[in-house]
Design a protein around this ligand. Structure first.
Ligand code: CA
Length: 237
C-alpha cells in the first residue's frame, strides 16, 4: 500500500546523487518531490506552494538546515510543517539540536532509501492523526488540513500563498477575536512590528479576494479600525 501525499514533498539537498536517490525512492511510493539545492530556493518554494513535508539537509551551501528549521517553526505558515532532517555527520549533537529546534525526525547519512520512506510515512501518518484529533478545531465553514498545509472553505481548497495561509490559519485559530497587526506580523511573518508596515493589510486584501471567489455572500475578515482584524463567521439561521 502506498501512502498518497496530499501535496508534494520538498527536498533541500545539495548532493545531487543523494537527491536523485531520494526523489526516485519517493516517486516509487507515489510521492512527488520538489528538489532545491539551496535554502534560498526552498524559502521561495514555501512561499508559493504548500508541502506535505520537508526533507532538510543540515549542511547546505548557503546556510545551515538547523537555522532554517528554527526559522520555519517561528512562522505560523510553517510552524507545523513536518520536517525530517538529514545529516552527513551522524553527530549526536546535530540530532539533538535538530529535534530541539523543532524537526520531527532525524536521519544520519548514509541511510537506505527504504528507511527514509518508512520514516517519512510515519511522519505523514502522525501529522494526519494530529489533524484529525482534538486540538485542531476550525469553524465549520472552514476545514484546516494541517497535514496538507491547506484550508478549505465550504469544501473548496483555497489557493493561498504561504503568507496568506499563515494569516488565515492564525485568524481561524482565534476566530471572533480581534488580532492586532503587530501580533499578526509577529506570528505570521516572524518580524517585529513597524507601524508604517502595510504587509498585513496587503495580504488581508488578497486573502479577502480569494475568500470572495469561493463565497461572495459573506465578508469573513472584519476590519476593526485602529485595532486589527478578526475572522467572523456567518450567523446561523
Ligand atoms: Ca550537504
Amino acid at each position: 500500500m502506498t501512502v498518497p501525499a496530499p501535496c508534494p514533498l520538498l527536498l533541500v539537498e545539495d548532493d545531487p546523487a543523494i537527491a536523485e536517490t531520494v526523489t526516485y525512492a519517493l516517486a516509487r511510493e507515489g510521492m512527488i518531490t520538489t528538489h532545491c539545492l539551496l535554502l534560498q530556493d526552498a524559502r521561495r518554494q514555501l512561499e508559493h506552494q504548500a508541502y506535505a513535508a520537508l526533507i532538510l539537509d543540515i549542511g547546505l551551501p548557503d546556510g545551515s538546515g538547523l537555522d532554517f528549521c528554527r526559522e520555519l517553526r517561528q512562522q505560523a505558515a510553517t510552524a507545523t510543517l513536518p520536517i525530517l532532517m538529514l545529516s552527513a555527520r551522524s553527530d549526536e549533537l546535530d540530532r539533538v539540536l535538530g529535534l530541539e529546534l523543532g524537526a520531527d525526525d532525524y536521519l544520519g547519512k548514509p541511510f537506505s532509501p527504504r528507511e527514509l520512506v518508512a520514516r517519512l510515512r510515519a511522519l505523514l501518518r502522525r501529522s494526519r492523526q494530529m489533524t484529525a484529533g482534538p486540538g485542531a478545531p476550525a469553524p465549520e465553514a472552514f476545514v484546516h488540513d494541517l497535514a496538507g498545509q491547506r484550508i478549505l472553505l465550504h469544501g473548496t481548497a483555497l489557493a493561498l500563498t504561504r503568507m496568506e495561509y499563515g494569516l488565515l490559519a492564525c485568524l481561524l485559530e482565534h476566530a471572533g477575536r480581534i488580532l492586532a497587526r503587530d501580533y499578526l506580523l509577529d506570528r505570521v511573518w516572524g518580524v517585529r512590528a513597524d507601524s508604517a508596515d502595510r504587509t498585513v493589510d496587503t495580504h488581508v486584501k488578497t486573502l479577502r479576494a480569494k475568500l470572495r471567489q469561493v463565497d461572495g455572500r459573506h465578508e469573513y475578515i472584519a476590519t476593526h479600525r485602529g485595532m486589527g482584524y478578526s475572522l467572523e463567521l456567518p450567523q446561523q439561521p
